[in-house]
Design a protein around this ligand. Structure first.
Ligand code: ADP
Length: 491
């Protein structure tokens, strides 16, 4: 019995020991799990704290961002307002309480340096009464060197980053009766300098770098607008000066033109009366020569007859010249009315060629014409325009050598017809061309010493064409020929 008891007890002890060992193992495992759980909880706690911190940061950033956006929005509106004016005082007047408050300030002042008076003059005052602003202005001008130094160096002073000395935070705060401030320079390319100061008594929301940036943008904007105003002022002034000069010059030119017209009239009147006076004695010279030549006073020796014929011929030339002069004077003074009618250019050309064929035949010169059917009708005074053609073709005959060619051609556009009278004669030197239409001008060359002329033909033609409302000009090359062109109206 005893051995069984011992065995039973032993086996119970073994079972108990094993159970204890197993329990101990479980406890160990549980402890390890608890430790791991604790660690995880601590980590989670840390992360929760981090999330909260980030959330606060984010909110702060969001607030700053909102502030910046609303600041930028106000600044943009204010910039737009400022840009609408070009008058110095008005530029600063555009900054008012409303915009200032939107930017987070309730006080502002602006000063511009007046070099002649050597003072910083007040241009903007928001938030100060008369006495306060006078006091600040005096104080600033007493210490103007500090401010000028700040402006010229383009520096910004503010509660965020304030320099030492007179411009130190506390001193400026007390000068402008604020708790935070920003001073930014206004420097223009045109040489203006000044500064703007904005401030607030608010102590709850401290100023940031962002506020400083916004106000410095505003100052740059004002500087730019001041530059525009100066440029506008300059342009306006020079425009005024220019207008005055133009007016003065117009006045001078009008009087000069008056004078020229008076002189031209005097000249025409003079030519006209002299020509009339010359005509009478010339007629009697011609008359006496004719009587003598007719032999009514007895037969004359051949030598005297030849001389008398010369007198007669020269008298004819003089009459011709006087008539041309009289015509020029009359057309110039508007005494000749151009009787405009529709004329057939082809018919006129043929008539002129017929008239001058004997002259052309002596030099074997050929005529030709090219007048398109669609510009055949000209509006002109028949006898005057025939004179133009006779003169031009006559000149071409005079200044074209043997076997030459003379042509008349035309082309039209927009109811204007251009007629060209072209020859392949001696041509005209370039320097002479601009004088051709002047009265009595003849090219100084060998041909003209041989060929007779008065130098009045082209002057007369020019007057006739201009009285028709047209223009005349020449193109020529020595040795190659000349083309005289003029315009008339077509039907
Ligand atoms: P005039 O023929 O009586 O000299 P004009 O006024 O008709 O006077 O002409 C002025 C000058 O222009 C002429 O002397 C001549 O030198 C030059 N001229 C005119 N027509 C021609 C031409 N077709 N070719 C060359 N020279 C010309």
């Amino acid at each position: 019995m005893f051995p069984f008891l011992v065995l039973g007890t032993l086996s119970s002890i073994i079972v108990l020991s094993l159970t204890l060992f197993y329990k101990m193992q479980r406890l160990k495992e549980l402890n390890a799990k608890v430790a791991a759980l604790k660690f995880s909880l601590e980590e989670m706690d840390e992360q929760a704290k981090l999330i909260m911190r980030t959330d606060i940061e984010l909110n702060k950033t969001q607030e700053e961002l909102d502030k910046k956006i609303s600041g930028l929005d106000s600044l943009q509106k204010l910039s737009h307002e400022i840009n609408t004016t070009l008058e110095e005082k008005q530029i600063f007047n555009k900054i008012d309480n409303k915009y200032l408050e939107q930017l987070g300030f309730e006080k502002a002042m602006a000063f511009l340096w007046k070099s002649f008076e050597r003072e910083l003059r007040l241009y903007l005052n928001i938030g100060y009464n008369q006495d306060e602003s006078e006091k600040i202005k005096t104080e600033i001008n007493l210490k103007k060197d500090y401010f000028l130094d700040l402006i010229e160096n383009g520096l910004i002073a503010s509660s965020v980053s304030s320099p030492e000395g007179f411009l130190a935070k506390d001193k400026i705060n007390s000068l402008f009766q604020v708790n935070s401030f920003i001073i930014c320079p206004v420097l223009t390319q045109e040489g203006d300098k000044g500064f703007i100061v904005v401030g607030t008594q608010n102590t709850e929301t401290p100023l940031t770098k962002g506020d400083q940036e916004l106000i410095s943008i505003l100052c740059n904007q004002i500087a730019q607008t001041l530059d525009n105003a100066r440029l506008f002022e300059k342009t306006w002034k020079s425009q005024q000066e220019l207008e005055m000069k133009v007016e003065e010059r117009t006045h001078q030119l009008t009087s000069a033109l008056d004078e020229v017209q008076k002189m031209s009239k005097r000249k025409s009147d003079f030519i006209s009366s002299v020509s009339h006076e010359l005509r009478t004695p010339l007629t009697s010279i011609k008359g006496y020569a004719a009587i003598l030549l007719a032999g009514s006073l007895g037969n004359l020796p051949d030598e005297i007859k030849t001389k008398l014929e010369k007198i007669n011929r020269h008298s004819d030339e003089l009459v011709h010249m006087i008539n041309d002069l009289l015509d020029i004077a009359r057309i110039e003074s508007g005494k000749v009315d151009m009787k405009l009618e529709n004329l057939d250019l082809k018919a006129i050309t043929e008539k002129i060629f017929d008239l001058l064929t004997p002259q052309a035949a002596t030099k074997n010169i050929s005529f030709g014409s090219n007048i398109p059917d669609n510009c055949q009708i000209i509006q002109a005074d028949r006898s005057q325009i025939e004179r133009v053609f006779i003169n031009l073709v006559g000149n071409a005959l005079k200044f074209t050598p043997q076997n030459g060619k003379i042509g008349i051609s035309a082309h039209c556009s927009n109811k204007i017809i251009q007629i060209d009278v072209k020859d392949n004669g001696f041509g005209i030197p370039e320097e002479a061309q601009e004088h051709l239409f002047e009265e009595f001008y003849r090219v100084d060359n060998k041909i003209n010493q041989e060929v007779k002329g008065t130098g009045l033909g082209l002057a007369l033609i020019k007057h006739i064409i201009e009285a028709h409302g047209g223009r005349i000009w020449v193109k020529s090359k020595l040795g190659e020929g000349s083309t005289f062109s003029f315009t008339l109206k077509t039907a």
